[in-house]
Write a new protein. Structure first.
Length: 391
């Protein structure tokens, strides 16, 4: 049995969202701990439904209104995307004047689930997106292990690096062989699908060009775009839109794809251990991918508020957050003691940033220039907590 890690902040977010809305949706990639997180909210074992269990699936398929309508308290429905016809029933139950029951639903595939939520549950649902463990939950001193193995609990908490690597390989096998064909509606062979994932991993945290990927695989661009959308919907990758301020500069306008989980990224790049990671040509991009995911989740910034800023042959902002209190920038440097550069100063001026944080390995935090500060990765949870508190 895996060790237990408290996820107090997420637990409290579910508590608060459940107070505001009759339905709370908890969405995220498979195997990120959604079930363990939400199960305790069920008022009793009879208030918990797992739609990957045949008995629960049949019960709610046949007579959801009767089964759920008789319950009082907190009801949890796990993997709700497996039964899309359930959502009109949830709308009816959420509209009862006395609101005898509130519902928490989980899902691993956002396109199907998101469409049903927007169609049926508008105004009735509070959405919470989760990933695997973060540095605040696991302990920021564990950053080396989390960087290498990723944040999926089964990988991060595995007894050895080899066990963690084996788990991730099985995860990828299931994703490529079973999940992606069903989710994407696109016909790629398993070889082509894995190769595409490897191409995306190779480009993680860099500008993405679907035309080049299509040319490499010799498949239609439409197929590439369909798989990319499926991977985004399954919370495997994140797309950072280019930030286009009103400047007279030649800006890169292509999106950036980032593999969310560093461990999955390393498996696709063939990096099994720390020694290989330190020597790998993609070490810097891996560090950036890891940092981007942690910052976005720890600051609880919505995806549409996250950007990359890039000028042709000039300055670049790895991550820019459009927060209510202003723009905040992040640079990610895998060296222990990053130095101030002209690019950093230019990004602060171009975007009028409230602050630019240069994230590096270690614990030190020091000023580098006007509104520019270097922050060791172990200090990131406290920095992100202060950013959250300003909203």
């Amino acid at each position: 049995m895996l060790p237990h890690v408290e996820r107090r902040r997420l637990h409290q977010r579910i508590v608060e969202t459940s107070r505001r809305y009759p339905i709370t949706s908890v969405l995220g990639a498979r195997q990120t701990g959604k079930t363990k997180l939400v199960r305790p909210f069920a008022s009793s074992p009879d208030h918990f439904f797992d739609l990957e269990d045949a008995n629960d699936f049949v019960r709610l398929s046949d007579n959801a209104l009767s089964v759920l309508g008789d319950l009082r308290g907190q009801v949890v429905i796990d993997e709700a995307q497996r039964l899309p016809d359930l959502f009109p029933t949830l709308r009816v139950l959420a509209d009862r004047p006395d609101l005898p029951a509130r519902f928490i639903i989980t899902g691993s595939v956002s396109p199907a689930l998101g469409q049903r939520i927007s169609e049926s549950l508008a105004g009735r649902n509070g959405k919470i997106e989760i990933g695997g463990l973060d540095l605040a939950e696991a302990g920021s001193e564990q950053w080396r292990t989390m960087w290498l193995r990723g944040s999926h609990p089964s990988s991060f908490l595995a007894p050895t690096d080899a066990d963690a690597s084996d788990w991730r390989e099985q995860y990828l096998t299931d994703l490529i062989g079973t999940d992606l064909p069903a989710w994407s509606g696109v016909k790629l062979s398993q070889f082509e699908a894995r190769k595409l994932l490897q191409i995306i991993a190779d480009a993680s945290a860099r500008t993405w060009n679907d035309q080049e990927a299509a040319k490499t695989l010799q498949v239609p661009v439409k197929a590439i775009r369909g798989y990319v959308e499926a991977l985004k919907g399954a919370y495997i990758i994140r797309e950072l839109a280019p930030l286009i301020p009103n400047l007279r500069k030649r800006l890169r306008q292509q999106p950036t794809l980032v593999v969310k989980d560093a461990g999955i990224l390393h498996s696709l790049l063939g990096i099994p251990d720390s020694r290989r990671l330190e020597a790998h040509s993609h070490k810097g991009h891996s560090w950036e991918s890891f940092g981007v995911d942690q910052i976005i989740r720890l600051t609880e910034t919505l995806d549409h508020q996250c950007f990359k800023y890039s000028v042709e042959n000039a300055e670049e902002g790895d991550l820019v957050l459009e927060r209510p209190d202003g723009r905040i920038g992040f640079e990610f440097k895998s060296a222990d003691a990053p130095k101030l550069t002209k690019s950093m100063t230019a990004v602060v001026a171009d975007l009028d940033l409230e602050a630019l944080y240069v994230v590096h390995p270690g614990t030190k935090r020091r000023g580098m220039g006007d509104r520019i500060e270097s922050v060791g990765i172990e200090r990131i949870p406290e920095l992100c907590a202060s950013i959250r508190a300003k909203v």
